[in-house]
Design a binder for this molecule. Structure first.
Ligand SMILES: Nc1ncnc2c1ncn2[C@@H]1O[C@H](COP(=O)(O)OP(=O)(O)OP(=O)(O)O)[C@@H](O)[C@H]1O
Length: 701
């Protein structure tokens, strides 16, 4: 059976080399099995026939039985022609119109013979018309293998224009089922099909293409969505299990002085329960024989830095080194300053390595690192350079992981003979469903509470016309000793215009908030790193009241005294970016504010984003809205994974099915990690074949 499904598509009756080439190029359909996995993206009820006097403007596609009583060629425009026919049934008449294939239509269309018409209606001044309708003689229509609901397949303009219409795809599918008598072998274990009352595979495949009823269609969709997500979860979870069993990690079973001294004497604040919970989860991972691969999710300002430090101290207590890699120099410097401050009493050697580290300093760092005299190193991708050699790297922490490509992570991975334990931190909350798919091969820890005393940031939307009032508010806040961020979009595609906006903004703010009463810093991506650091330092030391910046400060900058975030042209930012920027304030005990400035013209989507920001501070809730607005494909980091090449499931609409699939995949692998039991044989075959076809995650090179 399977080799029949491997037949190249051009051998299917009615396809041939030309159509085969088109299907390959346009829909990546190479062989029979690819065509079978081309699932319809919607269905049309073909049991419903309209009378002409029942037509209404909003009816999208309709079916009508009637006859053509008259047909003529009409000239319009410069020598352009169209074919116009009068189509009637017992209740009225309408016009049919063709702009192409006029000759063929004239020669083949029959007058006064009952036809079934199918297509989209247009209406103009109460009269109805249909352009390029699908037409079938009534007796043929009744004889054809037509299911109650006609599938509408994903198609392309090019396919249509080259004669591969939806109707042709349906005929191919019918031919495929005839040629292969496709009796699909059941791929899921019988106990699972029975427990979940899933439609058997072959019935699901038949009813997804030729649904016999709405109920059977829904069951077929559920079964195939479950199966697709189930295999993905099997791959992700088994990768996790394989890693746990195969890749030994250094067991950090010693709770030493660094960790306990810090924990008992030098914490600047009481840890939140969430921070304690996560540190415990990390501790357990590090103490086990397996290599840790954990994703730490924590909303902006939730206190991930202290968790990272405590994890690194466990590595140091067990005689190993630790590193933290961040995506930007500003974030690396921020982590370095934060960790240096926190760890000051412990007298450990911590250094920062970025692209702008002077070569003299770099040499010392390389030497200390290789000799094991440098305990913790924090940096950017500079850590990945071959010259950077560790004495014995035990723990690698990667911040904002989705910005690092897979190859960069694996480079860090291979700095040692035994790979280090890995802790991935992301401040961009990823909706649970996406996290289960994108990071399904990692264990996940969530810091789901903010430090005590934090007041939710008050967020408001103001138009540019309210600027004077906003400026007055800023003066009042500065009077109280607070500091202000004013952020401009500097987005690649219109860099020149945005850059001008930023500089104009900086000029006008320096004018409106003049020295000596006020002092303004500026930071953007085109400045020299040393200048950026200097400006950031002046602001964080309170030497300037206002920081004019671009999104380069979006992640990780921590100035607890800054209480106002003004975001200019806020309608141009995505939700997660707005949330990250807002998270730069609200990090102290003072009431903080976020003011979203926009022009008057706003798209509906922009309005939804602004309303969401004003409504909630919860990063996870915001991420859900963001996922709905932008779809999983746009969320940072998804491009690297194959998990989103879904054929039929939808990560947003099918999150319940995803959770069910993940649950059963975990249960199955708990009982039979190698899928060796007799009832899992077929499953195992499909699992291995799938693993070869689309490797869900090349996370471990
Ligand atoms: N348990 C706590 N109690 C009080 N303050 C805390 C606590 N944990 C962290 N903080 C403080 O909250 C601020 C934010 O901490 P941190 O920078 O670690 O957050 P974060 O999760 O890294 O935020 P971001 O993702 O925005 O970088 C810091 O000033 C830190 O000192």
């Amino acid at each position: 059976m399977n080799n029949l499904l491997e037949t190249p598509i051009e051998y299917l009756k009615g396809v041939g080399p030309q159509r085969g080439e088109l299907l390959r190029k346009e829909l990546q359909i190479f062989k029979y099995s690819d065509l079978l996995n081309l699932y319809p993206n919607r269905y049309i009820d073909r049991t419903r026939y309209y009378k002409i006097n029942q037509l209404v403007d909003s009816a999208s596609e309709v079916q009508i039985i009637g006859k053509i009583i008259h047909i003529k060629t009409v000239e319009f425009g410069k020598g352009k022609k169209r074919l116009s026919a009068t189509f009637v049934d017992e209740t009225g008449q309408m016009e049919l119109v063709w702009f192409q294939g006029i000759k063929w239509i004239r020669e083949n269309v029959k007058i006064n013979v009952p036809y079934v018409l199918f297509g989209k209606i247009n209406s103009f001044n109460g009269t109805f018309s249909m352009a390029h309708p699908e037409m079938e003689l009534l007796e043929e229509h009744k004889a054809s293998l037509r299911s109650a609901m006609q599938p509408i397949y994903p198609s392309t303009e090019k396919l249509n224009s080259k004669g591969i219409s939806n109707k042709v795809v349906i005929k191919m599918m019918q031919q495929l089922f005839v040629e292969t008598h496709v009796l699909f072998a059941e791929t899921l274990p019988t106990y699972l099909v029975e427990e979940l009352q899933l439609l058997p595979k072959h019935l699901a495949m038949f009813n997804i293409h030729f649904p016999k009823s709405q109920e059977l269609l829904s069951k077929a969709q559920f079964r195939l969505k479950f199966e697709e997500l189930f295999f993905i979860q099997l791959q992700l979870i088994s990768k996790n299990l394989i890693r746990k069993h195969k890749i030994k990690g250094h067991p950090f079973d010693k709770v030493g002085d660094y960790f306990s001294t810090m924990y008992t004497h030098y914490l600047p604040f009481e840890l939140t329960n969430a921070q304690k919970k996560v540190i415990k989860e990390i501790r357990n991972d590090l103490g086990s024989n397996a290599q840790m691969n954990r994703l730490l999710q924590g909303d902006v300002g939730s206190g991930k830095t202290i968790v990272a430090l405590m994890s690194m101290l466990i590595a140091l207590d067990n005689g190993f080194q630790a590193c933290l890699m961040a995506p930007t120099e500003i974030l690396a410097a921020q982590h370095f300053n934060g960790i240096l401050e926190l760890a000051k009493p412990l007298n450990i050697n911590i250094k920062l390595l970025t692209g702008s580290t002077k070569s003299s300093e770099r040499k010392i760092i390389h030497q200390e690192l290789e000799e094991g005299r440098l305990h913790i190193i924090i940096g950017t991708h500079a850590l990945l350079e071959d010259k950077v050699k560790f004495h014995n790297l035990g723990l690698a922490i990667i911040d904002e992981q989705h910005r690092f490509g897979v190859e960069q992570r694996s480079k860090l991975w291979h700095k040692n003979t035994i790979p280090p334990h890995i802790l991935v931190m992301t401040a961009t909350p990823i909706p649970r469903t996406l996290a289960m798919s994108l990071y399904g091969d990692l264990d996940i820890s969530v810091i789901d509470e903010l430090p005590p005393g934090r007041k939710p940031i008050l967020t408001v939307h103001r138009y540019d016309s309210n600027r004077l009032k906003v400026w007055k508010f800023i003066r009042d806040e500065i009077e109280k000793g607070r500091q202000i961020y004013i952020v401009y979009p500097l987005i690649q595609e219109s860099e020149k215009m945005d850059y001008k906006d930023l500089m104009d903004g900086y000029e006008s703010i320096s004018r409106d908030f003049p020295l000596p009463k006020y002092a303004v810093s500026i930071v953007h991506g085109q400045m020299k790193p040393s200048d950026k650091d200097e400006e950031m330092r002046r602001f964080s030391e309170g030497k300037t009241n206002i920081m004019v910046a671009t999104t380069v400060i979006e992640v990780g900058v921590n100035v607890p005294n800054a209480s106002v975030m003004i975001i200019e042209s806020a309608e141009r930012f995505g939700l997660s970016q707005l949330h990250q920027l807002r998270g730069r304030v609200g990090r102290g005990a003072e009431q903080s504010y976020c003011i979203l400035m926009t022009g008057n013209k706003l798209s509906n989507e922009s309005k939804t984003r602004l309303e969401t920001m004003c409504k909630t501070n919860d990063g996870f809730e915001i991420a859900e809205v963001d996922l709905k607005l932008r779809g999983p494909g746009d969320i940072m980091g998804t491009q690297q994974s194959g998990v989103l090449n879904l054929q039929i499931a939808d990560l947003i609409k099918d999150k319940d099915i995803l959770q069910l699939a993940r649950y059963h995949a975990i249960q199955l692998l708990k009982k039979d990690p190698g899928m060796e039991k007799p009832e899992h044989q077929k499953l195992r075959e499909v699992f291995i074949a799938l693993g070869k076809k689309k490797n869900i995650w090349n996370y471990i090179s």
